[in-house]
Ligand binder design. Structure first.
Ligand SMILES: Cc1cc2nc3c(=O)[nH]c(=O)nc-3n(C[C@H](O)[C@H](O)[C@H](O)COP(=O)(O)OP(=O)(O)OC[C@H]3O[C@@H](n4cnc5c(N)ncnc54)[C@H](O)[C@@H]3O)c2cc1C
Length: 434
């Protein structure tokens, strides 16, 4: 492979145009010293019609990526006087209140996924994104990394970033399955039933059942044995995003039925059957979801590394996790900010690209693995299976009030500073990107 280096300081290819890949591409495209190309398998950018919620750490990443203004225009917050409430926690059996998790100054910050992707895509200059480019192989030599696509084309650059989600093709190059067994995505045993409800419809259904309508708009979690339900508003509280979870813990290695797709349309009767006997609020919610979809939630084990020479995997490609802390997209945005901070520095060149990617991995790996592990454990907690806590209301409340602090109160600028120190670079004067 003969690679003719770009005339710019560095040329980069990003594989995958989801929330993480687009945020990274926007940040990198602001640096005139970089030649950036984004390759997306789909014919256009697209996200599903569901909500995504961000903790204070993710909102900080959005701010540092200089995407706060478009985000604020579309983001929901908990209504006054519940501005700081991330979720209220209740027993699903009778709606009784357990406690609230508070994220001061942030609360529940949520958006409709498609709106968010549109909002950040609007900041991507023309000519960077290419569609219908499914990466099928990656190769590299000393001077460059090459991605091959299923349309017969290829891209070669100084660096290749795999932001291509849980089924990542780039991961197969970083961690070849022939050398690394057991690193493929696995089913967690949990199904997530998803739906979106017009807020007026949900308020009416709650009123009919004697439930305080406040529960429709203030984010709620209803807990129970091996199942739980969450709700939060999106689209300026026009819609309520619902996810209802059911977990099979009968075996340590749950497997999907032969040929079962990860996502299926199911009946309302199936969903209601799962929560048979639950309280009035849950019944009101489920009665408003005529056509639920059922997602078999997969996750990755903690990977031993994210980098191989000039190639790096990030976001779900590197650390796909269960959604129980609302943290997966947040980790993708954290990755995007820390990586962009390093790659947009003039000190980063094609000659030290490997060291820069290694410094990124060194400062991000432990945190990403911890978020993965604690996201899995959070599901056990919400479903009365946490060791020493179970369904004990006092212990549940104590745990839920504090367990997210380490995740939310993480200053990403410290990650950048730590990576710069590893590289022997001067501390950054202006850590926010612009
Ligand atoms: C039910 C559920 C609820 C969730 N709720 C939250 C939440 O509230 N908060 C939160 O922070 N996270 C949440 N998440 C997790 C979040 O959705 C993911 O962590 C996030 O979307 C990961 O972003 P990404 O850009 O890394 O990958 P993705 O969003 O998966 O994007 C990958 C992109 O790469 C493209 N692609 C894939 N393969 C290739 C290829 N070979 N070549 C080229 N392109 C390719 C895909 O088409 C896609 O556009 C939830 C997940 C689920 C399942």
């Amino acid at each position: 492979m003969l690679y003719e280096p770009s005339r710019k300081r560095l040329s980069l290819g990003i594989v995958g145009g989801g929330i993480g890949g687009v945020a990274l591409a926007v940040a990198l495209s602001r640096d005139p010293g970089l030649e950036v190309s984004l390759f997306e398998a789909a014919p256009r950018f697209s996200e599903i019609g569901a909500g995504v919620s961000f903790g204070p750490n993710a909102v900080q990443a959005i701010r540092l990526l200089a995407l706060e203004a478009p985000y604020r225009r579309i983001a929901d917050a908990s209504p006054a006087p519940f501005e700081d409430v991330w979720f209220e926690w209740r027993r699903g059996s009778d709606d009784s209140y357990l406690t609230a998790s508070l994220a001061p100054g942030c609360g529940q910050s949520s958006v409709h996924r498609a709106d968010f992707l549109d909002a950040i895509v609007a900041h991507l200059p023309d000519g960077i994104a290419q569609f219908g480019k499914r990466c099928i192989d990656v190769q590299q030599e000393a001077s460059g990394a090459r991605a091959y696509f299923d349309d017969g084309t290829a891209f070669t650059g100084d660096i290749l970033i795999g932001f291509d989600g849980i089924k990542s093709a780039v991961r197969e190059h970083v961690l070849p399955p022939t050398q690394h067994r057991g690193l493929e995505p696995f089913w967690s045993g949990t199904y997530a039933y998803r739906g979106m409800i017009p807020v007026r419809q949900l308020e009416a259904a709650m009123e009919t059942r004697g439930v305080n309508q406040r529960l429709a708009v203030v984010p709620q979690m209803y807990l129970g044995h091996d199942r739980h339900i969450l709700t939060f508003p999106v689209k300026h509280s026009e819609l309520i995003n619902v996810v209802a979870f059911l977990t099979d813990r009968s075996t340590p290695t749950p497997t999907l039925a032969e040929g079962e797709a990860w996502v299926n349309a199911v009946t309302q009767a199936e969903l209601r059957g799962v929560f048979d006997g639950w309280g009035a609020a849950s019944q009101a919610i489920l009665s408003c979801i005529p056509e639920p979809t059922r997602w078999a939630l997969h996750e990755l084990p903690a990977l031993p590394r994210y980098q191989r020479d000039r190639v790096l995997i990030v976001g779900d490609a590197a650390h796909a996790m269960l959604p129980h802390q609302g943290a997966g997209a947040g980790q993708a945005l954290e990755d995007a900010y820390v990586l962009a901070s390093l790659l947009t520095d003039d000190a980063c060149t094609r000659h030290n690209a490997r060291q820069v990617l290694a410094a990124f991995e060194a400062v991000r790996h432990a945190r990403a693995c911890r978020v993965q592990r604690t996201s899995h454990e959070a599901g056990d907690l919400y479903e009365y299976r946490a060791p020493g806590i179970g369904d004990d209301g006092v212990r549940l409340a104590a745990e839920l009030e504090t367990r997210f602090d380490w995740l939310w109160n993480h200053d990403l600028r410290d990650d950048v500073a730590a990576a710069r120190a590893r590289l022997g670079w001067e501390p950054a004067a202006h850590p926010a990107l612009s």
